[in-house]
Design a protein around this ligand. Structure first.
Ligand code: 8YV
Length: 353
């Protein structure tokens, strides 16, 4: 008889992906049966003795979770590129693998990043509401009505600097999409340079993207001061908590926009609402907000006409979610069977005290 491994899947992954799991006779599958957040109580009741678990970013994987699973647990597979919901040192100490889903969502999130930059700079929220509220008929062609800020310059007469907080896969894909807009300067702040980084990395980026200058800075204030758009594309977690604070926002240009498609925790929401309200910056495009999904119409950022707030839909295309779900399922199966994961997050640096 085939040895069966218990696996818990915290969401139904749909008719195209569930068969990948169901057809594996080695797996004893337990699936959260509802189409909403996986209930913690249900989860803790079902994970004891499991070999693998597939989670979403709303399922917190901490010591309690891991201890409840017990020593049989070999792999946690998250259907996300982010892993701030997973306590990495706790996994590393127990020798548990973490599978995640990078690359497959890069295009979708980069598309949405550009969309947010355009929506925020071109007053999409206000102008949509003009039509929605039936106010268009009274429009008088006042020359500067509805005007926003332009983020393109094909004439090259204007200098446009795009800033990136974090310069990984999604940031680079976003930059590639913006180059045809006539962006000529790039400034980025990224985690400290490692030995693997090329000493000529900036010159290489200039060639790769065809822009006049690319500069790395370690100074948040400089990033804030120089950028016409700041894209926040860095991981969440304690090390980046409120990295965009009042001090940063006060240093930005009054014509600049802030775009955050990564994690809400990086931005101090109160400071941002004040910054937009008082005109320290032009506007903001947010796909994530601290405390989500408990963000409602009375939230200061949602109330702000120049803040576009979307409900964390960066990777939400059928094409991308399908790839994420099937990669997460494949990572789960590989981990349970003791095979190499397609995408495993290296946890070596978390094993030392
Ligand atoms: C969501 C994301 O996780 O991958 C991430 O880290 O934030 C998003 O892609 C995803 O949509 C939920 O599965």
């Amino acid at each position: 008889p085939v040895r069966r491994h218990k696996v818990v899947v915290c969401r139904d992954l749909g008719p195209d992906v569930m068969p990948l799991l169901r057809e594996r006779r080695e797996l004893e599958l337990i699936v959260w049966p509802e189409d909403k957040f996986c209930d913690r109580k249900w989860l803790l009741e079902n994970i004891p003795g499991c070999s693998g678990v597939l989670v979403m970013l709303s399922d917190i994987v901490n010591e309690e979770f891991l201890d409840t699973c017990g020593p049989s647990l070999k792999v946690v597979s998250t259907m996300s590129v982010g892993y701030d919901h997973v306590k990495l040192p706790a996994l590393a100490q127990r020798g548990i693998k973490l599978g995640y889903t990078p690359d497959v969502l890069t295009d979708a999130v980069a598309d949405l990043s550009v969309m947010l930059a355009l929506m925020a700079s071109r007053n999409a929220k206000q102008t949509l509401s003009v039509v929605q509220n039936g106010e268009w008929p009274s429009f008088s062609w006042a020359p500067f009505a509805f005007c926003g800020r332009q983020i393109s310059s094909s004439s090259q007469k204007r200098t446009i600097t795009v800033g990136f907080l974090g310069f990984g896969r999604i940031a680079k894909a976003t930059l590639a999409r913006l180059v045809p807009f006539g962006i000529n300067h790039v400034i980025f702040l990224s985690s400290p340079k490692s030995k693997r980084d090329s000493p000529n990395e900036c010159a290489e980026f200039e060639r790769q993207f065809g822009v006049k200058s690319v500069r790395r800075t370690a100074d948040l204030q400089e990033l804030a001061r120089e950028s016409d758009i700041v894209f926040v594309l860095a991981p969440g977690g304690p090390s980046t908590h409120h990295i965009i604070d009042e001090y940063f926002l006060r240093a930005m240009k009054p014509t600049a926009v802030l775009v955050n498609p990564s994690r809400g925790t990086l931005v101090d929401s109160d400071a941002l609402a004040k910054a937009v309200h008082e005109g320290w910056i032009w506007g903001a495009g947010l796909d994530v907000v601290e405390g989500e999904p408990n963000v409602t119409a009375d939230h200061p950022l949602v109330k702000e006409p120049r803040c576009v707030v979307l409900p964390h839909v960066g990777s939400a295309t059928f094409e991308t979610r399908l790839e994420m779900a099937s990669l997460a399922a494949r990572n789960l199966i590989a981990g349970v069977l003791g095979e190499e994961l397609e995408h495993e997050l290296g946890l070596q640096s978390y094993t030392s005290p």
